[in-house]
Design a protein around this ligand. Structure first.
Ligand code: FAD
Length: 390
């Protein structure tokens, strides 16, 4: 039976909802209920994710979210008794113009100033040593951090959820939020397909659907769903299992070892927002798939002999400045947002859960200053620029 009252209702059972639920539960924040409309958790963007985790961002807040989160991901087994499948392959950004080199030199200085001491700029000869199969034509240098890498979004989400449950949180799947009632500007009730829950606090963790949840309380949340796609190959014995996570910055082509083969993706810069009601929401864009394949073959000629085993499309939850929206909302008391991570939410989910729980329980985030990530920044023209979102 669905509870009829809760202290806090979380909408969305991806990595964000699970992380927020865990953090609130471990602080004994009262009766916590997480609602997910699918049969299982992590069926949205979290389950269609390339698993990348990195320190290499270009704004202080993103680097701080990474520092906190990657520390948790590295120590995951110690903290939670389950592995996050963290693999420190190192992210290697391939840079192909003097302008990119100069932007990355600045990024590296900022990352180092914020404690990422092992990030460096590599010469082409060193890149060739680390990634011998990669065609380095036109590559002038590379930005590399050995502690960047990959982890498993599914295990991380399920583990957060399991630990939230152990601490008393209720996780209700196959439960769709269809309305949110307010009185005098304050949240009072969440309506679902299985009944209503009285509550004074709602957290919107609905990822690409976050704008729709905002609309239920007449809030305009600028998060749009953008299709992104990747594919996997069968085994490629020539590629070392600890091969770096390579990204060609100019095109956003990326690849990293996954099982015995490679996971290869690229962002279509011409992509327009998806219709969330479309029956083919996760359809592959064949034209772009072939562009991606051609670029991958150029940088990694040995792919000529590789077999594609799987193709995945998912949704980035993009905000206008590619930074998340994290915090309380001014116009609706009790309505919080933890969404819009613009394609790098999995890796920031540990820190986002901590920050949001502190905002709810302590009035502001103390572990990391995320005050600039409020919804109001769009209205007040305080957008944040991030150069390293791909
Ligand atoms: C192709 C691709 C590759 C990516 N690669 C990376 C990467 O390498 N590293 C990284 O950090 N990030 C990556 N991301 C981004 C990352 O997946 C997202 O930022 C992250 O998963 C967002 O998590 P979330 O919990 O906010 O959203 P989601 O996982 O989408 O969860 C939202 C949940 O809300 C539920 N929901 C929606 N509406 C309702 C409703 N009305 N009632 C109840 N439930 C509802 C949905 O069913 C869904 O489960 C990638 C994304 C894609 C698409």
């Amino acid at each position: 039976m669905l509870p009829t009252t809760a202290d806090i209702v979380i909408i969305g059972g991806g990595c964000m909802g699970a992380s927020v639920a865990y953090q609130l539960a471990q602080r004994n924040a009262g009766k916590i209920v997480l609602l997910e409309r699918e049969k299982f958790l992590a069926m949205g963007s979290t389950g269609r994710n390339a698993g990348g985790v990195r320190h290499q961002f270009s704004t202080p807040v993103n680097i701080q979210l990474s520092n906190y989160s990657l520390d948790v991901i590295q120590r995951f087994a110690k903290i939670f008794g389950a592995s996050a499948e963290y693999r420190p392959l190192g992210y290697l950004f391939l840079l192909t113009s003097p302008q990119e080199i100069s932007v990355f030199e600045k990024n590296i200085a900022l990352q180092q100033a914020l404690g990422v001491h092992d990030v460096t700029l590599l010469e082409p000869a060193e890149i060739a040593r680390r990634a011998p199969q990669v065609n380095l034509e036109g590559v002038l240098g590379g930005s590399f951090c050995p502690r960047d890498g990959t982890a498993d979004p599914y295990t991380v989400t399920q583990t957060f959820a399991a630990h939230a449950r152990q601490r008393g949180a209720r996780i209700e799947t196959e439960t769709t939020v269809i309305g949110i009632e307010t009185q005098n500007g304050r949240v009072t009730r969440v309506q679902t397909n299985r009944g209503d829950i009285e509550t004074r606090v709602v957290v919107n963790c609905a990822g690409p659907w976050a704008a729709r949840i905002g609309a239920l309380v007449d809030l305009e949340i600028p998060i749009v769903p953008l299709r992104r796609q990747f594919f996997n190959t069968a085994a490629i014995p020539e590629i070392a299992r600890d091969h770096p996570f390579v990204i060609e910055f100019a095109t956003s082509l990326y690849f990293h070892p996954d099982s015995a083969g490679l996971l290869i993706g690229m962002s279509n810069k011409a992509e327009t927002p998806r219709d969330l009601d479309a029956p083919n929401l996760y359809a592959i864009d064949e034209t772009f798939y072939h562009e991606m394949l051609a670029r991958a073959l150029y940088r990694l000629p040995l792919l000529e002999n590789a077999r594609v085993t799987k193709r995945i499309a998912g949704l980035y939850e993009m905000t206008p400045d590619a930074h998340p929206i994290l915090g309380a909302t001014r116009d609706v008391s009790g309505f919080y947002i933890c969404a819009g991570f613009s394609g790098h939410g999995f890796q920031h989910s540990p820190a986002a859960g901590v920050a949001l729980s502190e905002i709810i329980l302590d009035g502001k985030a103390k572990t990391i200053d995320v005050s600039m990530l409020d919804l109001e920044r769009f209205r007040e023209k305080r957008m944040i620029l991030e150069a390293n979102v791909i």
